[in-house]
Design a protein around this ligand. Structure first.
Ligand code: GDP
Ligand code: MG
Length: 324
C-alpha cells in the first residue's frame, strides 16, 4: 500500500471518509514527524469540537454511560465522536475490547465515530496525542467529542484535564467518593454522576459528595451531582443537561476562552518538554556521556559537574555550528 499523503487523507476526512479519519488517527498515535505534520495541517480547520471527558474507576459504568449519551446526542441529530483512552493497555486490553462490543450498536451509524487510543509507549505520550486527535476530529466536523478514560493516575488526570467539561463517574457507596478525591478527580470535576443509582445508597452518596463540595468552598461553578442508571437510561438526560449547562456557563463567563488559552499554553509546554527530552536522550547516549559516567563511577568527578560539563560542551558545539 502506498504511503498516504496527510493532506489527501485530511481532504477525504472532510468529505466524510471514515477510513481516512481512522488512518489519520493511527498516524497521530504513532507520534513523531508524521503526527506533527497531520497536527499542523489540521490546525484551524473546522470550528472547535466541544470535548466532554468521562472519567472514573474501572467498572463505574463510563462506557455504558457514554453509549447512552451517544443515543441522546444522536436523537438530537448531532454527530459525535468518542475517544476511549487507555494509557496502560495495548489494543488487546480486555476493557477496550469490552467497550468495542458494547458500543457495537453504534457501529453502523454514520454520525458516530468511536476509536480506542493506546499509549505511544512513552511518558506523557497520550497527553500529547489526545489534543492532536481532538484536532483531527474537529477538522472532520464532529461538534462533540467524548473522551472516556480511567481516572486512576496522573497521565489520566492530565488527559482529562484537557476536556472542556469533565464528568466524574462514581457509584453508590462512600468508598468511591473518597477514591475520587484521592485520585485528584475532585478538583477537575465539573459534573458528578452517581451511576448505578439502581443500587442502594445513591442518595446518601449524593449527599456526601455535596457535603464534600460544600467544604471545597466557593467557585463560580458548583459541580452538580446527578444520579443515573446508565443501563436503563434513567437520569442520562439529566447528565447531558448538566454538561450543556456547564458549557453555557463557560461560554457566558468567558471561561471557555480562558480554558482554551491555558490548554494551548500547556500543549506548547509539553511539546517543548518532549523535544528537550529527545535532545537530552541524544546528548546522554553519546561516547562523551559514557566517558563522563565512567569518571563519575570511578570517583574522579561528581554527577553534577559531569552534567554541567556535558551541557556546556553541547552548547559550545551548538555555538560553533557543529550541530543542527
Ligand atoms: N446495575 C447497574 N449496572 C451498570 C450500570 N451502568 C453500568 N453497569 C454495569 O457495570 C459494568 C461496567 O460497566 P462499564 O460501562 O464497562 O464500566 P467502565 O469500566 O467504567 O467503562 C457492566 O457490567 C455494566 O453493565 C448501572 O447503571 N446499573
Ligand atoms: Mg470502559
Amino acid at each position: 500500500m502506498p504511503r498516504p499523503d496527510p493532506a489527501e487523507l485530511i481532504e477525504a476526512t472532510r468529505r466524510g471518509d471514515r477510513a481516512a479519519l481512522a488512518r489519520l488517527l493511527s498516524i497521530i498515535e504513532r507520534g513523531g514527524e508524521g503526527a506533527r505534520s497531520v497536527g499542523r495541517a489540521c490546525h484551524g480547520l473546522g470550528s472547535d469540537a466541544y470535548t466532554v471527558g468521562i472519567t472514573g474507576a474501572p467498572g463505574a459504568g463510563k462506557s455504558t454511560l457514554t453509549s447512552a449519551l451517544i443515543d441522546l446526542v444522536r436523537a438530537r441529530d448531532e454527530r459525535v465522536a468518542v475517544l476511549a483512552i487507555d494509557p496502560s493497555s495495548p489494543f488487546s486490553g480486555g476493557a477496550i475490547l469490552g467497550d468495542r462490543v458494547r458500543m457495537g450498536v453504534h457501529a453502523l451509524d454514520e454520525g458516530v465515530f468511536i476509536r480506542s487510543m493506546a499509549t505511544r509507549g512513552h511518558l506523557g505520550g497520550l497527553a500529547v496525542a489526545a489534543p492532536e486527535a481532538v484536532r483531527v476530529l474537529t477538522a472532520a466536523g464532529y461538534p462533540w467529542v467524548l473522551l472516556e478514560t480511567v481516572g486512576v493516575g496522573q497521565v489520566e488526570v492530565d488527559v482529562i484535564g484537557q476536556a472542556d467539561t469533565t464528568v466524574v463517574v462514581v457509584n453508590p457507596g462512600w468508598g468511591d467518593a473518597v477514591q475520587a478525591n484521592k485520585a485528584g478527580l475532585m478538583e477537575i470535576a465539573d459534573v458528578f454522576v452517581i451511576n448505578k443509582a439502581d443500587r442502594p445508597g445513591a442518595d446518601e452518596t449524593a449527599r456526601d459528595l455535596r457535603r464534600m463540595l460544600d467544604m471545597a468552598g466557593a467557585e463560580t461553578w458548583r459541580p452538580p451531582v446527578v444520579c443515573a442508571t446508565a443501563t436503563s437510561g434513567d437520569g442520562v438526560e439529566d447528565v447531558w443537561r448538566a454538561v450543556v449547562d456547564h458549557r453555557d456557563h463557560l461560554v457566558a463567563t468567558g471561561e471557555l476562552g480562558e480554558r482554551h488559552h491555558r490548554r494551548a499554553a500547556e500543549e506548547v509546554t509539553r511539546l517543548v518538554a518532549a523535544r528537550l527530552l529527545d535532545q537530552a536522550r541524544a546528548l546522554t547516549s553519546g561516547p562523551r556521556a559514557a566517558e563522563l559516567a565512567a569518571a563519575v563511577a570511578a570517583g574522579d568527578t561528581d554527577p553534577w559537574t559531569a552534567a554541567d560539563q556535558l551541557l556546556d560542551e553541547s552548547q559550545a558545539s551548538l555555538g560553533s555550528g557543529d550541530a543542527r
